[in-house]
Ligand binder design. Structure first.
Ligand SMILES: *[C@@H]1O[C@H](CO)[C@@H](O)[C@H](O)[C@H]1NC(C)=O
Ligand SMILES: *[C@@H]1O[C@H](CO)[C@@H](O)[C@H](O)[C@H]1NC(C)=O
Ligand SMILES: *[C@@H]1O[C@H](CO)[C@@H](O)[C@H](O)[C@H]1NC(C)=O
Length: 603
């Protein structure tokens, strides 16, 4: 019903363009009739979320939306203050605190920079009083998980310092880093999984996880720059060096998920951009941007990694032509195995990262940076990848990859009756039957047959959401999506919104912005509780069941990206700030000649 109403209003407001709109209107009606009578499942209204021609809403609508996001933040944070501060997180159903990240008040530290950006000065001041008293102590038998502690606490303190210039925040960040420092007591310089901040004892297996050993470079180099203590940057430099020297012949130039932290060698061939890997790939580009675009080593690793992802991990589904990114298992041969065809919500940061690269890098003129793209790719798998993408503008290819992936991530939300996306989906046609093919193969067929003349590249172009009715869901009869929901929960995660934000900033296409807003409306509708917001157990049933959890990243990331998406000005320009993987913006800086000299052995 909704689509017809919208179409009418739409045509009426543009009387001078009637012929075009009659044509569009007719196409919409035909598509609508198809889905109404022929397609097996119900289809959501066609409207401005996927109509490029729809007009951008006026600024004052977006001002009002920004203020609604700010109100949502206040609701969540005031609930935390009332029932949980200074503990880690609020349980938003029982209105009780939980200490699940060291007990140092992770929600308030993670929230500082968001509060600063929103102008919530009283809340910021109250939180600062807690930070002033922080001692980062732990009982003897408890260990701080290093990765989470760095991205949430250290990143949160540093970002709030960079925005406010309050030196207490920098002092606390430096103290925290010193108390964590024995975590680096390995022969490789890769950190252990966890450390006790009082005894310095460490915990963790010899085989480390990529995301956990290689997502500290931004925090540690900015800390070094801000404090003038170059030893913090050496911690990062040693990891950057180990990554850049690793032998990746078996994995096509990309980092596998597991690493031996004694020998600093990659282990096995499980390849992923999702859980356990994500932010290590993200930090390659972001570290390059943060340190004033001088550290070519990270940029080269980013370029190799994205070639692998685009040619080996991105697939396209047979009917809806949904482009998605998946992982490959270990195999006996030592080379990556078959794709799992699982798309994780966590992997939905990737379109945003690719868009950021398109925005900031001269991808079609890498020689201007002294980079020979061809010679970056050595070893057979890597050379195969290079061959598969030859003949494209690298910038176009990365942008198409970003747009088509973001489309899929968004559709996994729009397909659900709740309007929120599941934690994991699995694409259902069998890989062996070659139905879900590599996206790059579909691209190459498109290119060979005259590309431009045949319309948008595979995966791009208008796709309607497919919402199964409750009856279809119950009898397992829903069809047409090309995927099944594997893990149905929505954990208030930010990744899709983050990518929508970056794509909107980079392309200026307001469909991305409008889609982000729809997600915010769904969050308000489905997850709000008396004291905060709660994760959902399933996105496939409406009304859903809520879980008693409000992760700190909901305030640090999800609401921050939504707020920035709605702001008409741009308080965090992408060429002056770089977001860490917890959405904490750090300011771009340059090393002095002296600092560069001190760090030279690592770069
Ligand atoms: C912090 O310091 C920087 C650099 O001096 C300045 O540009 C910025 O306006 C200051 N911010 C605040 C909130 O005082
Ligand atoms: C570092 O490790 C060595 C050998 O495992 C150990 O003897 C030493 O005490 C450790 N140092 C710290 C500060 O934990
Ligand atoms: C990790 O490397 C060390 C040092 O080279 C080696 O002794 C150990 O066996 C390796 N561990 C695994 C699981 O391969």
């Amino acid at each position: 019903m909704n689509s017809w109403t919208r179409l009418t209003t739409f045509s009426l407001s543009y009387p001078r363009q009637r012929p075009l709109f009659y044509f569009l209107g007719l196409s919409f009606i035909l598509i609508g009739l198809y889905y109404h009578f022929i397609a097996p499942t119900s289809v959501v209204a066609l409207d401005e979320v996927f109509d490029t021609a729809a007009p951008q809403l006026p600024d004052k609508v977006w001002d009002e939306r920004a203020s609604q996001v700010r109100k949502a933040f206040e609701h969540a944070y005031h609930g935390y203050e009332r029932y949980a501060m200074p503990h880690d997180e609020l349980k938003p159903l029982l209105d009780r605190p939980i200490d699940n990240f060291n007990g140092w008040g992770v929600t308030l530290v993670d929230s500082l920079d968001t509060m600063f950006l929103m102008g919530l000065n009283d809340e910021f001041t109250r939180a600062l009083a807690v930070v002033e008293r922080a001692d980062f102590a732990l009982p003897k038998n408890q260990f701080a998980p290093f990765f989470e502690t760095v991205i949430r606490y250290l990143g949160g303190l540093l970002s709030a310092y960079a925005l406010s210039n309050n030196t207490v925040l920098l002092q606390r960040a430096d103290e925290l880093a010193m108390k964590l420092d024995s975590v680096f007591n390995t022969t490789s310089g890769f950190p252990f999984f966890a450390v006790n901040t009082v005894t310095g004892f460490t915990r963790g297996p010899q085989l480390g996880i990529l995301a956990e050993i290689a997502s500290l470079q931004m925090e540690y180099t900015y800390l070094a720059k801000a404090t003038g203590k170059i030893q913090h940057a050496r911690r990062a430099g040693k990891i950057i060096k180990a990554l850049s020297k690793a032998n990746l012949d078996m994995t096509g130039g990309m980092f596998p998920v597991r690493w031996n932290i004694s020998s600093s060698e990659p282990y096995g061939s499980h390849m992923s951009v999702g859980a356990q890997a994500d932010s290590a790939h993200e930090y390659l580009l972001k570290q390059y941007l943060l340190s004033g675009r001088t550290d070519k080593v990270n940029l080269e690793m980013y370029l190799r990694t994205t070639t692998y992802i685009i040619t080996q991990l991105m697939l396209i589904s047979p009917n809806r032509h949904l482009v998605y990114v998946t992982d490959r298992d270990d195999s006996k041969s030592g080379k990556p195995g078959l794709p799992s065809q699982v798309l994780e919500h966590l992997s939905c940061f990737l379109p945003g990262l690719l868009a950021l690269g398109v925005h900031t890098l001269p991808l079609d003129d890498l020689e201007s940076l002294g980079i020979d793209f061809t010679s970056l790719h050595s070893g057979r798998l890597s050379e195969d990848g290079l061959k598969a993408i030859s003949g494209y503008s690298l910038k176009d290819l990365h942008l198409w990859a970003a747009q088509s992936l973001a489309e899929t991530c968004w559709l996994t939300y729009a397909d659900q009756p709740t309007g929120l996306g599941p934690e994991e989906v699995v694409f259902t046609s069998s890989w062996q039957a070659k139905k879900d093919t590599l996206w790059i193969d579909a691209m190459n067929r498109w290119k060979k047959s005259g590309s431009g003349a045949r319309g948008a590249p595979p995966g791009l172009g208008k796709k309607a959401p497919i919402v199964y009715t409750e009856e279809e869901r119950l009898r397992g009869g829903g069809k047409g999506r090309d995927y099944a929901v594997k893990k149905p929960g929505y954990l208030l995660r930010p990744e899709t919104i983050e990518s929508l934000y970056l794509l909107w900033r980079v392309t200026g296409d307001h469909r991305w912005r409008e889609r982000g807003w729809r997600i915010f409306e769904a969050i308000e509708r489905e997850t709000k509780t008396k004291s905060g917001y709660a994760s959902l157990r399933t996105v496939a049933i409406k009304p859903s069941y809520q879980d008693d959890s409000m992760p700190s990243y909901f305030l640090a990331e999800t609401l921050k990206y939504l707020y920035l998406l709605c702001r008409n000005d741009d308080p965090i320009p992408l060429d002056k700030w770089v977001f860490n993987t917890e959405a904490h913006p750090l300011p771009v800086f340059e090393w002095s000649a002296e600092e560069r000299h001190e760090l030279a052995i690592y770069f």
